[in-house]
Design a protein around this ligand. Structure first.
Ligand code: RIB
Ligand code: CA
Length: 310
């Protein structure tokens, strides 16, 4: 059983990552913390509560995190995720409240109370995790690994060579990737291969339970932004679920143990993840970088997971 804390900014693909984790018999979600990224912090927090209400997991503690990045002003992706951050489906109003602590306090409380090490899964900007590591350095040893969606090798989706999660808070990402905690990175290079087709989204709509119905609506909305021919996509790239899919079935992916760092000074490249693919820097590897995915297995995992809900 893998014990995880999910720090996320739902966000359509964050929602899918949460669903995969909740549906898996091999993952225990100890807490969900929200970050500001896809939408403003109050909206991503409410979206976490809505999703856990929808999937009937109100027992999982939730706490809100960063109001803004460490240094930059907050940039959100309303053009991708809509005004609510989860446009495309009518989700139930939350029927429970978040914990009366901050995200980093909740993470600290859980790590202190756990005999085992815990995996942090990060599917939004890394502000909360950077803050946690800075405020509670004594708890670093309780973290088994940080698995994150973010960055890219030579690609970008917000600036030419910068991916959104790292773009929002490059300084936080630099703190996290240099924390000496083992890392797994799901960059755009792999998530752009994890596209779901319109026909597969339609099949989700035929599963016949309230959770699958909601995700069919969410994915139909999420797919619209990715129809722009500039992307060259045949479907919608499912970024964040790649993190949970790797935890469930690492052999679904090809990866390489490489050094990853983050540019924070470049004029054109601030927020670029610099992946030392040919090991030219002399810097020690710190990250399992996911490079390829068995897409058909990935989509089957999503379908099978959605079928587990009533
Ligand atoms: O660049 C994709 C990432 O940015 C995903 O995590 C998506 O949810 C957005 O946060
Ligand atoms: Ca996200």
């Amino acid at each position: 059983m893998k014990k995880i804390i999910l720090d996320c900014d739902p966000g359509h693909d964050d929602a899918l990552a949460l669903m995969l984790a909740l549906a898996s018999k091999n993952i225990e979600v100890l807490a969900v913390t929200s970050s500001a990224g896809n939408q403003r912090p109050e909206k991503t927090l409410k979206n976490v509560l809505k999703l856990l209400t929808l999937m009937k997991h109100q027992e999982i503690p939730v706490a809100g995190g960063n109001r803004k990045p460490l240094l930059k002003e907050l940039m959100i992706a309303e053009n991708v995720h809509g005004e609510s951050g989860l446009d495309g489906a009518v989700l139930p109003e939350p029927d429970f409240k978040p914990q009366d602590v901050t995200a980093i306090e909740l993470i600290a409380n859980i790590l202190r109370g756990s005999r085992e090490k815990i995996i942090l899964v990060v599917t939004g900007p890394m502000t909360n995790i950077a803050l946690f590591l800075s405020v509670y350095p004594e708890l670093k040893g309780k973290i088994e690994r940080i698995v994150f969606m973010g960055g890219a090798m030579g690609l970008g989706n917000w600036e030419p060579s910068v991916e959104f999660n790292i773009f929002v808070d490059p300084e936080a990402a630099k703190i996290v990737v240099n924390s000496e905690i083992p890392l797994t990175m799901a960059p755009l290079n792999v998530t752009h291969k994890a596209q779901i087709l319109k026909s597969e989204i339609d099949n989700i709509g035929k599963i016949g339970n309230s959770v699958a119905d909601a995700f069919a609506g969410l994915l139909k909305f999420f797919e619209i932004y990715h129809e722009d021919p500039k992307w060259g996509f045949v479907g919608a790239p499912l970024h964040d679920p790649c993190t949970i899919a790797w935890l469930i079935a690492p052999d679904m992916f090809e990866s390489r143990w490489l050094n990853v760092d983050v540019e924070i000074a470049g004029t054109l490249t601030k927020g670029e993840t610099v992946v030392d693919y040919y090991e030219l820097s002399g810097r020690s590897p710190n990250c399992d970088v996911l490079l390829n995915i068995d897409r058909d297995r990935f989509i089957k995992l999503i379908m099978d997971s959605l079928k587990t809900f009533s």
